[in-house]
Design a protein around this ligand. Structure first.
Ligand code: RNT
Ligand code: ZN
Length: 418
């Protein structure tokens, strides 16, 4: 049987539950994943005077061939995108500005420094998302930024954040797709603080100044990302979950939950329904923490599938903005993007191929036996045949065929770098 024939067979298994598989594939195609550019260069960026990666995050490994400039990064993204079904968005950080060799301070970045990215996105029909880069910088070297006791430092990062929101607005206007500008700061303390309120009060004040600048939500949506701890900031994080959930709700911006930013037994899949009841929209950084916020490549594991189910069965595909956030420097970086993004899409497909209404009914009837039994049986249903057909239909390699393409690219392109 060829791919199409296998699809037609597999489809019957799902149609039995009343699932319209052709429609599922149409719906899946409409879902945009925000693919983070920083997997391509280990969160280095292209500033003229570069600082080491800081902020309690780390990319470990030294796989050869990482992108050394924006052209190479776009080329690598083009390759990865050619292996991923659907049309998506690319998520940039301020450190990916192109300044023609000129030193531009972060509080002076402007839309013009992202013109090449915008032209590329237009050509490839991609959306763009954005992030101020509030780490890897001399003014962030003591691990404090928007909550710093020194007003000059806070003001510098306030200006940078406002400049970033304006770049987001520019992306939205130029590309006709709303940009999501996410703010994350590393602020925290290694050891037990003697004042927890002060830094949070300063952060609140800084954020109020940043978001006081009016920007049309049609072009740019703002979100804030919380965290539980970082390397070197183990005892206290200023921008904690409670801090940002309250801040976002009061200030009418979005909360962003990163799957690596909670205690190890806490899962984001369980938080989604609670957040959805009180927020019109929210954002995600889908990552994979292994023992800590290690940002491993996203795999097709239970938590990823559970997150996808929560989005799909609560009819929240246009309310949950799905972004990725991982950076593994120990494997081929194009493969990392491809694996993680294909898995995210696969998890959404798996959720769409689940008889969610039936399973909800079992639960409400107290029929926990059939709820568990069916959930387990579904795990060996032929989703792979549907996925393969989806890839073929969208002109990307089927199954592991993409690996060969990445190897060729490594030989012809990546191996020539350094
Ligand atoms: C850090 C946050 C943040 C960064 C990126 C590079 O723990 O997850 O989102 O990973 O902004
Ligand atoms: Zn994140």
């Amino acid at each position: 049987m060829n791919i199409k024939e296998r699809y037609l067979e597999a489809k019957k298994d799902y149609e039995k539950f009343g699932i319209n598989v052709d429609k599922v594939l149409e719906d899946l195609k409409k879902v945009k994943i925000s693919i983070h550019c920083w997997q391509g260069d280990d969160v280095t960026g292209f500033e003229v005077s570069q600082s080491e990666l800081s902020g309690g995050i780390a990319a470990t490994g030294n796989y050869p061939g990482k992108a050394r400039n924006a052209e190479e990064l776009r080329k690598d993204l083009d390759k990865a995108l050619s292996l991923i079904p659907g049309k998506h968005k690319v998520n940039l950080h301020a450190i990916y500005a192109e300044t023609n060799g000129e030193v531009i301070e972060r509080d002076e970045i402007k839309p013009e420094h992202f013109e090449n990215w915008v032209n590329w996105a237009k050509e490839k029909e991609l959306g763009l998302d954005f992030n101020p880069t509030i780490f890897s910088h001399p003014k962030a070297c003591d691990g404090l930024t928007l909550s710093h006791p020194n007003k000059d430092i806070r003001d510098f990062w306030i200006r940078h954040s406002i400049a970033s929101r304006k770049i987001g607005e520019y992306f939205g206007k130029e590309l006709g797709q709303t940009c999501v500008t996410n703010l994350w700061i590393p602020d925290g303390y290694k050891d037990i603080p003697s004042d927890r309120l002060g830094p949070r009060a300063r952060l609140k004040d800084s954020l109020e100044q940043i978001y006081a600048v009016d920007i049309n939500k049609k072009y740019n949506l703002d979100c804030v990302e919380s965290k539980v701890f970082g390397i070197g900031a183990e005892s206290y994080t200023v921008g904690s979950s409670e801090f940002y959930i309250n801040f976002a709700a009061r200030n009418n911006i979005l909360s962003l939950m990163d799957t690596g930013h909670y205690h190890p037994t806490e899962v984001v899949s369980d938080k989604l329904s609670a957040m959805l009841l009180f927020n019109e929209k929210l954002a995600l950084h889908v990552s994979r923490p292994v023992r800590w916020d290690s940002d491993h490549v996203v795999i097709f594991d239970d938590e990823l599938k559970e997150i996808a189910k929560e989005i799909v069965r609560n009819d929240a595909l246009d309310r949950v903005i799905i972004g990725l956030d991982f950076f593994d420097a120990s494997i081929n970086r194009i493969a990392a993007w491809t694996i993680g993004t294909r898995n995210m899409i696969k998890a959404l497909l798996s959720a769409m191929l689940t008889p969610n209404e039936l399973l909800k009914k079992y639960q409400d009837e107290g029929n926990f036996t059939e709820r568990l039994a069916l959930m387990e049986e579904l795990k060996t249903y032929p989703m792979g045949d549907i996925w393969n057909y989806y890839c073929e239909k969208n002109n990307v390699p089927v199954g592991e065929a993409w690996i060969k393409e990445v190897k060729e690219y490594e030989e012809n392109e990546l191996s020539k770098r350094n």
